[in-house]
Design a protein around this ligand. Structure first.
Ligand code: TRP
Length: 333
């Protein structure tokens, strides 16, 4: 592998819930294009997955499935470092150090914490609270230049920059200050049954199209997608949220522009449009699903990818951690 001084990228997704069309369009599809220009690290953020109550056997299974799905989506393990967060202990070690340079006031302001705490009032654990510190460690330990994230994670990248800046202010240039990298198109695919909210991984309803959904299920989800009463396929993100969301999906899957799509469906009903969107999504996701299922039968291969990813990630992470430990004065012979 050639790792000659390209800027570095780090991103990840928690293996909670199933990956969706939203995860693909909003994140992974964009990651796939980056390896020519960047040195890319993509993780399975399993440490972050346990901030909510979960089933251990499901987490274990999903982690491997998610790795297979990353590869099936086009992330070549020869060209990208694909790894499991918990296999690189330096993340948790750096998170402890960084927590001593993070103010409670900063954590109190995190909207995701407030949001999650209100949703799980019986389990407002300290991990949920310090989640952004661990995420900062994920990023800083690789000295990442860019962090591709969805809109909802921007505040986490901001606090990471603040923590890194504070640490650097005390100890000199230890960390690269990362920039968030938010794709313009398809950054936020919305739920099919509630276009006001993001298509979420944890959603149980028909609003989320899963990467592993069969063609029949995909078609039926699009058939039921929420639209409006105007009956015209026209992009208007303010007043026609459902249709605009479907147009974004169709545009990403077919490469057609919004104008082309408006022309294509001029005078045609929503039924015809929704069917076309469903078919375009089936065409996009079917090969991914089949490849993921094929890879999952080859556990030895996936384990080998994990071992390689662990090794490569650990090497870089270890170097940063040593530097940090030295800076803060931990004794080494
Ligand atoms: N918090 C991110 C999410 O919920 C996942 C994540 C964990 C992450 N660590 C990261 C993303 C580091 C980017 C960089 O989607």
């Amino acid at each position: 592998m050639d790792h000659a001084k390209k800027p570095r990228i780090l991103s990840g997704i928690k293996p909670t819930g199933e990956l969706t069309l939203g995860s693909y369009i909003g994140a992974i599809k964009n990651w796939v294009k980056l390896y020519d220009d960047y040195e890319c690290f993509y993780m399975l953020a399993d440490l972050h997955a346990i901030t909510v109550r979960h089933d251990p056997s499901v987490l274990r299974k999903r982690t491997l499935e998610q790795l297979a799905q990353y590869i099936a989506c086009g992330l070549d393990p020869e060209k990208n470092v694909l790894f499991i967060q918990s296999r690189v202990p330096a993340h948790a070690e750096l998170a402890w150090v960084l927590s001593c340079y993070t103010m409670m006031g900063e954590l109190n302001r995190m909207t995701q914490f407030k949001d999650k705490a209100s949703k799980q009032s019986d389990n407002i654990n300290a991990g949920l609270y310090t989640y952004p510190v661990l995420m900062a460690a994920d990023i800083l330990i690789y000295q990442a230049d860019l962090v591709p994230v969805g809109d909802d994670q921007k505040q986490h990248v901001e606090i990471c920059r603040d923590i890194a800046g504070r640490f650097n202010g005390i100890y000199g240039d230890v960390f690269t200050i990362p920039e968030p990298y938010i794709p313009e198109v398809g950054a936020r695919i919305m739920s099919l049954d509630d276009p006001e909210s993001k298509m979420s991984k944890s959603e149980e309803s028909g609003g989320s199209v899963l990467l592993m959904d069969t063609p029949e299920i995909i078609m039926s989800k699009f058939k039921r997608a929420v639209t409006d009463s105007e009956a015209s396929v026209r992009y208007d993100a303010e007043n026609k949220k459902g249709i605009s969301n479907l147009m974004t999906v169709y545009s990403v899957c077919t490469g057609k522009s919004f104008i082309e799509i408006e022309n294509e469906f001029e005078g045609k009903g929503y039924g015809i449009f929704k069917k076309a969107v469903g078919e375009a999504v089936v065409e996009t996701l079917c090969p991914i699903r089949e490849e993921a299922l094929r890879l999952l039968k080859d556990k030895a291969y996936l384990d080998e990818i994990i071992a390689k990813g662990t090794e490569r990630a650990s090497y870089i992470a270890g170097r940063t951690l040593s530097k940090v430990y030295k800076k803060v004065g931990f004794y080494r012979a």
